[in-house]
Design a protein around this ligand. Sequence first.
Ligand SMILES: Nc1ncnc2c1ncn2[C@@H]1O[C@H](COP(=O)(O)OP(=O)(O)OP(=O)(O)O)[C@@H](O)[C@H]1O
Length: 720
Amino acid sequence: MEHFQSAYQEEKDRLDRTLRDIDSQLKALKSIPVYTGHDFTEQVLEAGRESHRQQLERSIREPYFGRLDFEEQGKEAQPLYIGKVGVGDQDGGKPVVIDWRAPVASLFYSFTGGDSASYDAPEGLIEGLVYLKRNIVIRKGILERVVDTYNKDSEGPAVSDEFLVYRLGENKDNRLRDIVSTIQAEQDLIIRAARNTALIIQGVAGSGKTTVALHRLAFLLYQYKDQIKAERMVIFAPNHMFIDYISEVLPELGVGDIQQSTFGDWAARVLRLDQAPADGSETLARWFDAGDLREGAWNDSDLPGRFKGAVAFKSILESYLTRVESGCVPDTDFEPWDGARLSRNTIIDWFDGEYKHYPVARRKERVLARIHRWVEMELKKSPSAAALKERKKKAQQREKAYAKKWPELEAVALYKSMFQSAFAAKGQPSGENDADAEILSIPKPILIGTNAYLKKGILKEEDLAALLYLHSRVHELDSKLTFDHVVIDEAQDFSPLQVAVLDRFVKGHSFTILGDLSQGIHYYKGVRSWEEMQALFAPEETAYFALTRSYRSTMEIIDFANEILKRGVETDLLAVPVFRSGEPVRLKPAAGDGRLTAISDALRQVMTGSHRTVALLTRTMEEAEHLHAYLNEAGTTANLIGGDQRQYAGGISVLPVYLSKGLEFDAVIVTDVDREHYGPKDARLLYVGCTRALHELWLMHGNELPDYVPDPVDLSVTGE
Ligand SMILES: Nc1ncnc2c1ncn2[C@@H]1O[C@H](COP(=O)(O)OP(=O)(O)OP(=O)(O)O)[C@@H](O)[C@H]1O
């Protein structure tokens, strides 16, 4: 007790000193008049002062969150205070607060007890001793809590989770938050991994994948500030509401300007499409409406998304491109007017010789420009002004007609013509060359289906990766469109071809790819194993990490969700809970006429707690609309969330379970947990729903529970 009191007093004194220091730095900065003139050097200095001012203003509210007493070999032990931003002392000398991303700060996260400690620094491995690791909670400049997680002098467990459990027990509002004060060693390894590697991370639900990815971006920007720019980094997320949900973490970490996009939106920008083709509503309905629609559609060759997302599809595109390239130059000489002739052989020499190293669209452009120059030279040889005029006119017409004989080399046009020629060739005697054979390997139903909608000018989400691949092969990539680093969240719903295409847009395979195969509910397009992604890279270009601890939910919820997985999906990817106990999971009947009343009763009971966010997860969109209307009528304010939702407002949300992926709520009520709604293949979907809950989980069930829902008597589940 005495120790804690003295620790508290010690930290309070230190905090007062730090705040005074920051305050006087701020005052000094503010006393310099803001420069508004045109001198460039002065403008740069002013921008530097402004960003320093902003940093200090953030620091003064919460200057640091941790302390580490470290004795570097051969030096004296000293306390290091670690914060979200580094603060130097008034004279720019010794740091008062160390940035959490600095090499020495990694000890704060990686040290888990023991006699010696070390960390990697630019100058090599630094070794020494850790005496104290302390968490310090400061809110609005006031010291709230001091918790020692390691003290060399005291007995007991080396590093305790007490502080982490305290943080996890808090209620959440409508945004994801930073975790700088409690990053775990396994997460820190990923955050600080080297830049030029494709990291592939399998993390169970709630293991912090999204959070870790965002912290990694902030780390990369700090560590490689001269080589990486925020605007050239991107995080791909599944939908706009999710982007809104994560939108505050990066600014909190002091890094803005990082692009956040869905794959569809980005593809539409690159391909200059008017609109991003989304998963069609009929696809979603087919896959997420309860019932038998999906039966018999689980083979890859029946699933267009799986077929078009496979790396094998890339070789089909390649061989089609080879065919297009070899047949690009029209099979006639070029005659700008009668009597003048440029032989096809000369044109082929240009196309296949001098310009060979350019992408094909550029080769075409160059050849046509050269032909034009040749025409101009020839025109100069005209015998009279009248002949010149006449020839010029003819040449213009014929150049235009000749250019038209070249194939159109835009991605969409190429893709369409590929399907058309495959369609036309089907049923004909076997292909004349290898290229034909490749194209003809497209399964018939996919060929017929795709050709039919392409003809109508429709594109689907499943076509985007192939279109981007074609685009990147025929055009030179605009450097404005390339990335320094790419994060793919919910990557289990990405296809290998999507990643292969992105690899063409990113420097040095600099990827962070995160997902959870147990949450692979977009089965019709996503990956089935991480090897599918790993195979895209050479072994030395990629690294695999697994996150198995789950931080979001209580032990009761995790045990329950794990059981669903064990029974419904054969998997060894089970979550290990942090020791945080809460309410038992509740199973309540809600069927027939009393269904809606039972659900709203459950909601009322849940709302008596201190929860700030509660979700009602229905099985389909239609049921969400229905339930929402019912609650509204009963005077309960709730937000209905649909597929095109752009913002997440918190409070009570009603949404279909498949849209809840990636989000979390203090309490979750899953409705209609019965065999009619959750068929044998829906265990993953129910798992996603259950793992959205932080503190409380209720399942409202009809008459017959699916086999994979555990018996309330087992586990710590209460039922009725
Ligand atoms: N080290 C940590 N300290 C405190 N909280 C953490 C830590 N790691 C994760 N969390 C919390 O756990 C929750 C889950 O994190 P996050 O959403 O990033 O996980 P995820 O793996 O992306 O989840 P899912 O796949 O289920 O969507 C968040 O509330 C996050 O703040």
